[in-house]
Design a protein around this ligand. Structure first.
Ligand code: HEM
Length: 271
């Protein structure tokens, strides 16, 4: 084979991989899979990529139309039960698919994403746990995350039945010192915690019907906007409000004084 032909083949293979999103996989792990297993993972990335590009909407009455943010949030909600000290919990086991876990208040609206993850997992014969991790990485990719070179997903996670649901650790909770949770249980530094929260919360929005918070986190909810989350917190003017949701998902804000915490209240940017 001539050098030019070899180059063409390499280029074609690179193109296929870029289109299908296979570049999110850890290549050392992926290259050891047999060809039929590789095909399952390839089809899964194609499926999720088409879905993300298809413009399906995760939340009605939202300021954006897309599924990337809720898939990313869901991969964190699966990973977030990991306990670093005991090496337990996390995405492996796929317990986020079970109602006992989804019903926890911190997981409000996560079922919107787990419903589609279950379909992709079943259709491509990949565990729910792997599919959740892969969906999170592809969501980041679809939202222009600039450091995809740092993402290297391995597969091989397995699913456990509902009797294992619960996990050793709950998600971080905004009311109970989340920084401590990230440092003690995940082993993060403060700088890593700040980068993760600020970066992730530049994407998507809060939804009154899910968490009683409302509004997009940045002006570009479907495109990674860097540190807009913190910039807005500091630069914008904010006021306390009381939020009321109605059966048809409409909401009203009543500007008021500082609330008792926690209630369906928060701070809102003054328009
Ligand atoms: C202390 C930790 C965290 C807390 C308390 C927290 C809290 C929240 C809350 C209340 C919402 C609004 C959900 C809604 O109303 O739909 C939200 C959304 C979101 N969170 Fe977090 N979060 C945390 C960490 C993270 C991390 C580590 C990630 C990703 C790596 C993440 C990704 C997201 C995304 C992408 C959304 C937007 C979802 C959408 O638009 O549907 N969060 N978060």
């Amino acid at each position: 084979m001539t050098g030019t032909m070899r180059l063409k083949i390499v280029l074609i293979l690179c193109c296929i991989s870029a289109i299908s999103g296979n570049d999110i996989y850890n290549q050392a792990w992926y290259s050891k899979l047999d060809s039929s297993k590789q095909a399952h993972y390839d089809n899964l990335t194609d499926d999720i990529t088409s879905f993300l590009n298809g413009g399906d909407d995760s939340h009605r009455h939202d300021e954006y139309r897309g599924f990337g943010p809720v898939l990313l949030r869901t991969s964190f909600h699966a990973a977030g039960t990991f306990d670093h000290k005991f090496n337990k919990g996390g995405i492996n086991g796929g317990t986020l698919q079970h109602n006992k876990v989804l019903e926890k208040s911190g997981n409000a609206c996560i079922d919107i994403a787990t419903d589609v993850i279950k379909v992709f997992a079943r259709r491509n014969k990949i565990s729910f746990a792997d599919t959740t991790a892969i969906a999170g990485a592809l969501a980041l990719k679809s939202m222009d995350f600039p450091r995809m070179d740092l993402i290297s997903v391995k597969g091989g996670r397995f699913d456990l039945d509902a009797s294992h649901a619960g996990g050793p650790s709950d998600l971080p909770n905004a009311q109970v010192n989340p920084l401590q949770k990230f440092t003690d249980e995940y082993g993060f530094s403060t700088a890593e915690f700040v980068a993760l929260i600020g970066g992730a919360h530049s994407l998507g929005a809060a939804h009154a019907v899910c968490t009683c918070y409302a509004g997009s986190f940045s002006d570009r909810p479907l495109s990674w906007a860097g540190p807009d989350f913190f910039r807005d917190l500091v630069d914008e003017e904010w006021t306390w409000y009381t939020l009321t949701t109605f059966d048809d998902d409409t909401i009203t804000f009543t500007i008021g004084s500082e609330p008792d915490w926690p209630t369906g209240r928060g701070k809102r940017e003054i328009q």
